[in-house]
Each structure stands twice: as C-alpha cells, then as structure tokens.
Design a protein around this ligand. Structure first.
Ligand code: ZN
Length: 527
C-alpha cells in the first residue's frame, strides 16, 4: 500500500548483476542430473513440503461469486446518493462504544482511534476471516509475525527513505498545513485555506511519512530507526529464511497482519485515513512469466473474499491503475474500491511488484535472494504478487455496508424505526444474546444456565436491563444474529426458549437442549 507520488519516486532500477552464492542447502549444482535431492541434503527435514507442482500457474481457475466490476483508471469517484451518512456511522460507533477518539478525556489525538469491546471484536473477526481465507484454506501460504522496528537499511533498499513523501504546503495567512494535492478549492477551482480563507501557500516541500524514533538511550542519527510504514518489507527480507524452514516451493506466499505507521499530513474520514493502522498483507512469490496469471488469480480471490463476507457487489469495484499512477516498483496494480459515503475509495491494492523487492534487498544486503527451482533446474528472482488490505478500512466498509434503517412492527402492533447492522455472522462481535424476560428471581438461574451452555461455543452477551423491545434494538444495532429469550413458560412449563432472528425478525420456540444444535446449524460463522 505504499504511495509514491508522481515526480517523487525513487530511482528504482538497480543493476541486476547478482552473484549467485547459494544461501540454500537445497540448491544442487546445475548438472546434478538424476541425483536424488535427498542425497544432496544432509538435513532431510529441509526437503520441500509442498507436493511436486508440474505446472506453477494457478492450479484451478477461480470463479468470481458475482461478475467482477472492473473500471478504468479515471472512473468517477463520487459516491452519489448514499443510504448511510458518515456522521450517522460515526455517531453509532461512539454511542455503542465500537470506535471512538483516542485519549478522548484529553481532547483526543488527531488520526488516532480506539476500538472498544465490540469494535475490537469486530476488527478481530475481520482479521480472522482474512487469515482463514489466506492461510487456513490454502496449502501455499504461510504466516509471519515480524518486528515493527527493522534495520534502517531496509527502508533505504525499499525506496521509502528517498521516496515515501507527500508534498507539504503551509498557508501564508495562518500557517495551517496541507497536502498540496488535497487543498480545498472554491467554486472557481482556486485553492484556499479552510481555516482563514487565505489563498497564498508556500512552495511544496517533500515531507517523509515515516515516523522516526531511536533505539537505546542516545538520540543521534546512528541510533535512528523508523516505525514501519508497511508490513510488506519483512516478507521480502525474511523470504529466504521462511522459504527454507517452511519447506515451501515457489509459487507460495507469506502473509502477515500487523501495525504500520504513517505520519499523514491530514488524517480524515474517520478511521479511513489514520496515522496508526493495521494491514493484512500477503506477498506471493512466483516464477517470472507466470506473474500475470497469478495477478488475475488474486484479484478474483480478493473480490470473492469481500462478497463472501456479505458486501453488496454494487458497492465494490476493481479499478486499474493508469501507467503514470503506478508506483516505482509496480508492473501493474489494481485497487479494490468501496463506495464509502464520502467517495469510492481504496480498500486494498493488488500489485504485481515484479522482482523489484528481492532485487533491491539482494543488492543492499549483499545476500543472494534468488531461488533455485529444482524441477526446472533453473535459478531466478521470483516475481511478487501483493494483495495488501487495510484492517480499519475493511472494518469501516463492512460497517457501512451492513448499516440499515428499517421499519419494524413492535409486539403491540406499532411501527417503529430500527437500526440494524446486517453483518455477516462471521463478523458479528456478539453471536447470541441471552435475554431473561425480566429480572425476576425465578428467571435468572435458567437464563444464566442458557448463557453458560452457549458461551464455550460462541461470544454471548447476557442482558437483563430494560424492556425486551429495547434490548432487541440494542442487539440489532451491533448486529447480533440471534437473541434467546427466557420467559415464565420456560421455567414453569416447557424448558423451551424463544429464538429471534436478526434479519427476518422471526421467532421460533425451541427446547433448551436443542439450542446448541439449532445455533450450530444457523450461525454461518465460516466463509
Ligand atoms: Zn490559513
């Protein structure tokens, strides 16, 4: 997700004259012929785990679950009429403690947000769903959890020290700072200061978006390190070690979920553009020549991921980057864009990075990161396909997409407005709410028993405060798929409970003993 603006990219193209001193015990000599691999390896645990791949193109074609909406680089970004206003979403998040300002009691810190109990659970569920799709359901992607602080040379090799900059200007009237390409404009299209109205600005200065800090007690340049602005570089730097020890063969991927930091000049749009955020990135290493097929494979995979998690296809599209928009490392990039209330905006970038990264790190570190393909008896620098998604952006998009205002009939027949988050069950922070009809002593033991019965299998919330209608509305607002009500018939007559479905609002009466099976059948918690 690195953004390098036109005219400020790094020089990139380093010469590729790598000397192939092998780092791997697996690399047999060029004329090893029919010698079995085992004979050449002293430690047999290092024999590749993945089965022989006679074809290193994607093995099976992936079908899109809905037709891929692919738009041109200059497609209109305006969101048009939107059923959910951003203010409404922000207010709901604050009211229910999903997401709110960081250090609020001190007035907050711009571009920093906290996720409360339900927000943290929702965000966790987004990450779990990603890991499930990228890791658990595949045998060709492995996980990495790398350090945020890395050797400073990493960021020289990657191009971030020289090129990860935004153009900064200052208002001549009040010194407010802006990104030169994001200045507000008046009806005549002239830029002006939103604070004082002045139209004079300083010349743009390059401002590096990486946060710097120091390791150890002295703050001098030799101890300076950067807070990583992306998780990707660790996958390149650790490529050889991970490939060898995981016994994977190209094509394979390394995936990581973790925090990154960017000193954005103007954080905005709630959690969309922030200074501290989480990324879900995967670097998929392929043989040059198979990269374009793999790029298409991953575009469809990632398109399907959002739709399988319930996102409506009319709010999702794939936008190709124009040639001049491509980052210095990229052969081709598409963005997965979501129709946010403020504009169509990027959720995820899927880039074909060529061999830029491994080439740079081979050069800067002096360690050969080329790969020996034993089946082809061929050595090459793998190309990389990178689907890189933002956790907060995805979470916000799932929230916006799930948000509905509906009319609902109450028990007394009155029509009331209800707010409901129609979240995919896998994303819902709470799966089942257990609601005794009242706080009557006769109901509490059985209600507690029901909650205890369900808690080992699903996140359960026990709520006995307020009218039952009010409690249903509270659960609807945070997307709880099922509510279980315990009433006097439950304890006096049938040991049965009422199960209410969030979306259909139907109610079904079931014996308590049947409840775990019933919920097991109806909760779709897997993709
Ligand atoms: Zn000003």
């Amino acid at each position: 997700m690195i953004v390098v603006h036109a005219g400020q990219r790094t020089s990139g193209g380093q010469s590729g004259g790598a000397c192939y001193h092998a780092w791997t015990h697996l690399a047999p000599g060029r004329h090893s012929g029919a010698a079995p691999l085992e004979a050449l390896v002293t430690d047999t645990s290092l024999i590749p785990l993945s089965p022989a791949k006679d074809d290193d193109f994607p093995r099976t074609a992936v079908e899109p679950v809905a037709p891929l909406q692919r738009v041109a680089p200059d497609a209109d970004t305006s969101a048009g009429e939107h059923e959910a206003a951003m203010d409404t979403i922000v207010a709901l998040c604050k009211k229910r403690g999903l997401i709110f300002q960081s250090s609020e009691i001190y007035g907050g810190l711009r571009g920093a947000w906290d996720y409360g109990p339900l927000g943290a659970a929702l965000k966790d569920n987004v990450k779990k769903a990603w890991k499930r799709a990228m890791l658990q359901l595949r045998d060709d992607v492995v996980q990495l959890d790398a350090s945020i602080l890395m050797h400073p040379r990493v960021w020289e090799a990657s191009g971030h020290v020289a090129g990860f900059t935004d153009p900064l200007v200052e208002c001549r009237g009040c010194n407010s700072r802006y990104r030169a390409d994001q200045l507000p404009t008046n009806a005549k299209g002239e830029p002006y200061c939103a604070h004082c109205g002045d139209k004079g600005f300083t010349e743009p200065k390059n401002f590096n978006l990486m946060f710097r800090t120091y390791v150890g007690p002295t703050e001098d340049s030799s101890n300076q390190v950067w807070m990583r602005p992306e998780t990707a570089q660790a996958m390149f730097v650790d490529f050889a070690h991970v490939q060898l020890t995981s016994r994977q063969k190209v094509p394979f991927g390394i995936a990581q979920v973790g925090k990154s930091f960017r000193n954005e000049i103007t954080p905005r749009n709630f959690v969309f553009r922030v200074r501290e955020f989480e990324q879900m990135e995967m670097e998929f290493f392929v043989r040059p020549g198979t990269d374009e097929a793999w790029h298409e494979h991953w575009i469809t995979q990632r398109w399907n991921w959002y739709l399988r998690l319930g996102m409506r296809p009319q709010n999702l599209r794939i936008r190709d980057h124009a040639a001049e928009e491509l980052s210095h490392y990229s052969k081709a990039t598409v963005d997965v864009e979501y129709r946010f209330p403020f504009a169509w905006s990027e959720l995820e970038g899927i880039a074909n990075r060529g061999d830029f990264d491994l080439r740079q790190h081979s050069q800067f570190s002096g360690k050969d990161l080329s790969y020996f393909d034993a089946e082809r008896d061929e050595r090459y620098l793998p190309y990389v396909i990178e689907p890189a998604a933002g956790v907060e952006r995805s979470t916000l998009a799932f929230l916006v997409d799930a948000y509905r205002q509906e009319e609902a009939r109450t028990a007394s027949g009155k029509v009331e407005k209800r707010t409901v988050l129609k979240l995919h069950h896998a994303l819902a922070p709470v799966k089942v709410a257990v609601l005794p009809l009242s706080r009557n002593d006769a109901l509490v033991p059985t209600a507690r028993e029901v909650a205890d019965l369900l808690r080992p299998r699903w996140p359960v919330q026990y709520d006995d405060a307020g009218s039952i209608g009010k409690r249903y509305r509270r659960q609807d607002e945070v997307g709880t798929p099922f509510c279980v009500t315990i009433d006097f018939d439950t304890v006096e007559q049938d040991r049965a409970v009422t199960v209410r479905d969030r979306d259909a609002m139907t109610q079904e009466r079931l014996p308590i003993d049947r409840l775990p099976d019933y919920l097991g059948e109806h909760l779709r918690t897997e993709l």
